[in-house]
Design a protein around this ligand. Structure first.
Ligand code: NAP
Length: 307
């Protein structure tokens, strides 16, 4: 695939940025990849593993003469980073991000984008529970959606170019406005994460079930919750602080449904439970048919071997 940007600067070098590095290299999409991370430790690791072509010690230095700048830091850190790099951006550059919430990022970053610089937020819907520069891999975004969120006045050519980058990285793309994105993600990602955090917290609180029992007898349901609940605390703190309204709306609906199921169990209403579970099973089928997950039993996991 042909080069799309001569120089790409990645600010923040964690899971998403490092996966972008590997995927851009795999397809030859960037002439040069420049990186910056807040801590010297992360910058040193990035240099040691040769993650980028060049790692800079300041964000302003990293974005100098870049054609594309992608902010890959937690949502709550986007504003401070934008403020720092704003004066160093040259006209014609595109600034994007990968934050999991879009409205607050649009509002926080937008004011620091100089005249002549294109601001096109985005969000790849792919991740794992791992963090840091060593956790990335080129296949992370393959066949997963990246939502592009053009803002008022976004240049269509610049949007097309960013879309081609994500397609080249392996993703499917869709455009959406920021508020709609935040509502969709509250349903598909943010609230499920909160529920997983809660369930793991409940198990931890129940002293009758000891730690060793929780681990020893972890059946698929609980085990899958623990994987989700192992996600980065800073990232997820920022997601809930920044997608407050949509998450609270979906949580309200969730609580109502939970009460209805609770009543069905108490009243022995098997029909209600059976109908409900039949409906939810068909959603899983839809996800598999859309190529967004495997239909192999237990997500295709190979059984962990006994040591
Ligand atoms: P990560 O692996 O934890 O890496 C985060 C990076 O941001 C690190 O380089 C870290 O620097 C830097 N950082 C943290 N706090 C900062 C601050 N206050 N100021 C400046 N830099 C800071 O995170 P990630 O999973 O790649 O997530 C990055 C972004 O992608 C987030 O906005 C997240 O919402 C979004 N996202 C994540 C996923 C996912 O599943 N993980 C999926 C889609 C989108 P140091 O290493 O120096 O501490």
């Amino acid at each position: 695939m042909a080069q799309i940007y001569e120089r790409v600067a990645l600010i923040g070098l964690g899971l998403i940025a490092s996966s972008m590095c590997h995927a851009m290299r795999r397809a030859g999409l960037a002439g040069e990849i420049v990186g910056y991370a807040r801590s010297a430790e992360t910058r040193d690791i990035a240099r040691e593993i040769g993650l980028c072509d060049r790692v800079c010690d300041t964000a302003a230095e990293a974005v100098k003469d870049a054609n594309l700048v992608v902010l890959c830091v937690p949502v709550g850190a986007m504003e401070a980073v934008a403020k720092e790099i704003g004066p160093a951006l040259k006209p014609g550059t595109t600034v994007s991000d990968v934050g999991s919430v879009k409205r607050t990022v649009v509002d926080a970053v937008g004011p620091y984008i100089p005249e002549g610089v294109h601001f096109i937020p985005a969000h790849p819907l792919a991740g794992t529970e791992h963090s840091g520069p060593r956790s990335g891999f080129a296949e992370l975004f393959d066949n997963r959606y990246t939502i592009i969120v053009p803002v008022e006045g976004s240049d269509p050519q610049a949007v097309d170019r960013l879309t081609s980058l994500w397609t080249g990285i392996g993703a499917l793309t869709e455009t959406m406005d920021a508020d709609h994105h935040d509502l969709v993600l509250a349903v598909t990602s943010h609230t499920p994460h909160l529920i997983a955090y809660t369930m793991v917290g409940v198990a931890d609180d129940l002293r009758r079930v000891t730690d060793s029992e929780v681990i020893k007898y972890s059946a698929a349901g609980f085990r899958d919750f623990t994987r989700i609940a192992a996600s980065d605390p800073v990232m997820w703190r920022d997601v809930f602080l920044n997608n407050k309204e949509a998450t609270l709306e979906i949580l309200g609906r969730f609580t109502e449904e939970l009460f209805a199921l609770q009543r069905a169990i108490r009243q022995g209403d098997g029909d209600h439970l059976h109908d409900y579970f039949t409906r939810t099973r068909s959603i899983r089928r839809g996800i598999i048919e859309a190529g967004q997950d495997t239909d192999a039993p237990d997500f295709g996991r190979v059984k962990a071997r006994k040591k």
